[in-house]
Design a protein around this ligand. Structure first.
Ligand code: ARG
Length: 558
């Protein structure tokens, strides 16, 4: 619930406040509890009422009465309200215990296009951001009651596949593709890029092979299909490992023919102009330059396929919101084709959002990939899980299922690294820092969850007392206020497509809880404080829900 509403309800009836319709918005939460819980600046009233802010504040202090507030004061034209803690506490606990999650998305459909990796490339650290951010956004919208469709729009089309075939023809063997798998074609692809620096003919050859794929030449399609099959298998295996799932893996190649009708539609609407043989839509007056729709050789383009895909998705899913998660480098691409779709008169163009992110990288010199550039996701997972194992073992665990726990810790840390900071900020993933049980990390949150669980288990069947004095302190009050903020945090993270609001919230919750835990005894001399236990239960369930949204497991024991 919105706590300031408790004050607003009584405040709005005071004569002096009746003229102000922005009263509710003016009420702000004090950053420091020393100045009360909520504060009202009276400066904007002063202009209208023609008396000083301080006189107004004084009058409010005199007249305001509420069972939820024990003290009101005027400090230089600000009215500070201090909550009556036990009263407010009671209301909040009851509300939180009986709370059902808010379903603002009922009967609404949203698709999230994420991960969407180019199959010509191995899944590397650069693919983690879209994969993790997209999955968290999906989870959040689902939590809010939306029907969510998770789409992995794989890059299974374009000249890279011409390059691969060329490489296989020169230095490999088509029959080895399925036998040796993705490592094999990746190595050949890398070799192609190295050789093509010296030998330009290779690029011409690759273009020719791609043309052959487009014209459905038997041999080209046969090799192309083999490449797709093995890369897709590996991509799915890695997403499974990350426990990130999709409703569809329909990729670009599926839309290549549909994109022809987009070109025709644009042509009919007189939106196309020919420039140096290519067809473009002029977006100059929107500050977006020119959007190329068809190349001079008639081959389809990424943009055109995206237009065709959006139109098709609307026909299939009738979505209310469409979210695309890609790196910031694609900002212009999305701005352009969203505008073209809008010019085509598609009303759903305004319901598309591009969610971008900065780079996620490793500190240089750590986990070098086999290509010397990008760290591979499979290597990162392996390393994180095995390091988690070392750490867990060094803490002297007595757990039976250590492997599962270490998997949850290692993979959690990799995911958390992506969503810990604002998505548009570049960030560096440092394994050691990320696995620190006491830092701003996922193991710290997981550990706090396990701690809550251990208290709850200990408390079972224990003799208990309910004493309101147990929670009549600033720390308990801060904790309950924070728990109360969870829902608001989820809503704003959905609105801004910012998973980090939730990760930061959880870090804060854990730190406030651990402070509380260190200061107050929940079980004292074999007697349980029921009121304090209630807080532990709420913290545990909130952490669990939060970690679920982030796609990170919440272990009961650590
Ligand atoms: N495959 C593209 C890439 O790796 C990303 C696709 C994003 N989705 C889209 N509908 N354009 O750059």
């Amino acid at each position: 619930m919105e706590l300031k509403k408790l004050i607003f309800d009584d405040l709005k009836n005071l004569n002096i406040c009746k003229t102000f319709d922005n009263l509710y918005d003016l009420l702000t939460y004090s950053p420091d509890v020393k100045n009360g819980d909520v504060s009202l600046p009276c400066f904007s009233f002063a202009k209208v009422l023609k008396i000083s802010p301080s006189q107004i504040a004084e009058q409010i202090v005199r007249e305001f009465k509420s069972e939820y507030v024990w003290k009101v004061e005027n400090i230089n034209g600000y009215v500070n309200f201090y909550f009556n803690k036990s009263k407010v506490y009671d209301i909040l606990v009851n509300e939180l215990l009986n709370k059902k999650s808010i379903k603002i998305g009922e009967n609404k459909t949203v698709f999230v296009d994420f991960s969407s990796l180019n199959l010509a490339k191995y899944m590397h650290i650069g693919h983690l951001s879209t994969t993790v951010i997209g999955s968290v956004i999906s989870n959040i919208y689902e939590y809010l009651g939306y029907k969510v469709i998770r789409l992995n729009y794989i890059g299974d089309y374009g000249t890279p596949f011409g390059k691969m075939i060329t490489a296989i023809k020169h230095w490999g063997n088509e029959n080895d593709i399925e036998k040796l798998g993705v490592d094999y074609i990746q190595d050949l692809y890398v070799k192609f890029n190295v050789e093509a620096e010296e030998n330009q003919n290779l690029n011409d050859e690759a273009r020719l092979w791609f043309k052959k794929i487009e014209s459905k030449d038997d041999e080209a399609i046969r090799i192309y299909n083999k490449i797709i099959n093995v890369s897709l298998l590996e991509a799915k295996r890695l997403c499974d490992k990350l426990e990130i799932y999709f409703d569809s893996w329909t990729g670009e190649s599926y839309y290549k023919d549909k994109s022809k009708s987009v070109v025709q539609e644009l042509d009919k609407m007189n939106l196309l102009i020919t420039s140096e043989g290519a067809k473009i839509v002029d977006l100059e007056k929107y500050g977006l330059g020119a959007c190329m729709i068809e190349k001079s050789d008639g081959t389809s383009l990424y943009v055109t396929r995206d237009l065709a895909t959006a139109i098709d998705r609307y026909e299939n899913y009738n979505f209310d919101l469409g979210i695309y998660v890609t790196s910031v480098q694609q900002n212009l691409h999305f701005a352009r084709w969203f505008k073209v779709l809008d010019l085509m008169g598609k009303p759903y163009a305004k319901n598309l959002r591009h969610v971008s992110y900065g780079t996620y990288s490793l500190p240089s010199g750590k986990i070098g990939s086999r290509f010397g550039k990008q760290a591979l996701v499979k290597d990162m997972i392996e390393l994180a899980v095995s390091r988690a194992k070392e750490i867990v073992n060094s803490r002297g665990t007595k757990l039976e299922n250590v492997d599962k726990l270490c998997n949850d810790i290692g993979i959690g840390a990799i995911k958390f690294g992506v969503i810990k900071t604002e998505r548009n900020k570049d960030c560096v993933f440092d394994l050691e820092t990320s696995l620190n049980f006491d830092g701003e990390t996922s193991p710290y949150i997981q550990y706090t969850h396990a701690r809550c669980n251990s208290i709850i288990s200990k408390a079972k069947n224990m003799q208990s007392v309910t004493n309101l004095e147990d929670i009549n302190n600033l720390d308990s009050f801060e904790l309950i206020k924070l728990l109360n903020n969870f829902e608001k945090t989820i809503l704003s993270s959905a609105e801004d497509f910012e998973p980090c609001y939730i990760s930061r919230y959880l870090l804060n919750l854990c730190s406030v809880f651990n402070k509380f835990y260190n200061q107050y005894r929940i079980i004292n001399d074999g007697v349980l404080s029921a009121s304090r236990l209630q807080l532990v239960l709420l913290v545990k369930s909130t952490i669990k829900t939060g970690l679920d949204l982030l796609g990170i497991h919440a272990p009961d024991v650590m």
